[in-house]
Design a protein around this ligand. Sequence first.
Ligand code: FMN
Length: 210
Amino acid sequence: MKKRLVIGMSGATGSVYAIRMLEVLKDREEIETHLVISNSAAKTLHLETDYTFDYVTGLAGRVHDIHNVGGSIASGSFETIGMVVVPCSIKTLSGIANSFNVNLLIRAADVTLKERRTLALVVRETPFHKGHLRLMTRAADLGAIIIPPIPSFYKRPKTIDNILDQTVGRILDCFGIKVNTLNRWSEEDGERAMALLDNERKRKNPTVQS
Ligand SMILES: Cc1cc2nc3c(=O)[nH]c(=O)nc-3n(C[C@H](O)[C@H](O)[C@H](O)COP(=O)(O)O)c2cc1C
């Protein structure tokens, strides 16, 4: 049986992360993506990208209507490897943290938690107030992985696509899905960092031995 991954898109900025993830997973025979998109996510997608709704839904294995709380992904007996909410708005985070299951996306996330499956929340807001932080703590206490789309620069990204691929790769790592678009920190990187540290130490104190 294929591994089913539920992908929820909510109305925070950053729909490109979900699109990149769907593009990466489209050619992975062993994975079946189940996509659910909030109304606000559809609006945000339109406002901040040139991608059409049809293009995005066309990338998914299955698309679920957000209003259909009886959809397959609403039941724990429907087996999945977990769910990612990308991007995750504060409103949707709040629904998940409080089990306020008003739509299929939030219900599916709640089911993922109750079944003790992996739930990754790519929470996007800035800055955060304490209420946002409390909601994240609450969701983390319930078992969710809070993985905001914070870029890393240690692999020297050159393009926005490099940054997207890095974040998407790290999110998919949460599910044990390995993609070759992720530029991983390597043994050589670690050795290079160590050599840099040694040089710095010697520069500050020429008597230090490495
Ligand atoms: C262009 C745009 C960007 C937005 N960015 C964010 C954001 O980064 N984080 C957030 O929590 N809400 C953001 N919002 C507001 C959400 O879309 C709004 O709270 C919405 O009700 C969320 O609904 P949903 O969680 O059901 O998708 C944004 C709205 C727009 C139009």
